[in-house]
Design a protein around this ligand. Structure first.
Ligand SMILES: [Zn+2]
Length: 119
């Protein structure tokens, strides 16, 4: 399960690895249909970066990257194709990778929790 109903019109996003509900948005990438760039939003701001994604897709795609407070990282990619929108989940950092990469002295991981915006 990647979401839990909160209200009739809202769901709480859960980590697809461990089900934890403390989830942080880390990165948004928008890959247009034409050109060789992508629009990227991270905690460092908004940038336009080189990309060859348009050569491999027929419609726009939007990739949302999240991490949970247990260190797992994943993406939800929305792809528009022939009138339909698909959502694909890809695990970027699973439990085995967390155990292999965690610093035993500090308990931190590389690229740990770089939430786009926080209050
Ligand atoms: Zn998790």
């Amino acid at each position: 399960m990647i979401a839990q109903d909160v209200t009739p019109n809202a769901v709480l996003l859960l980590c697809p690895v461990c089900g934890f509900d403390c989830v942080h948005p880390q990165r948004v990438e928008v890959f247009p249909v034409l050109g060789h760039v992508a629009c990227v939003v991270t905690h460092q701001g908004v940038s336009i970066e080189p990309s060859d994604a348009a050569e491999a897709q027929r419609g726009i795609s939007i990739e949302l990257e999240f991490s949970c407070e247990s260190g797992h990282v994943w993406t939800h990619e929305l792809r528009f194709h022939k009138g339909a929108t698909l959502i694909e989940t890809t695990i970027v950092r699973d439990e085995a990778t967390v155990k292999a990469q965690i610093d035993p002295e500090t308990g931190t991981l590389p690229g740990d929790l770089t939430t786009i915006w926080r209050d």
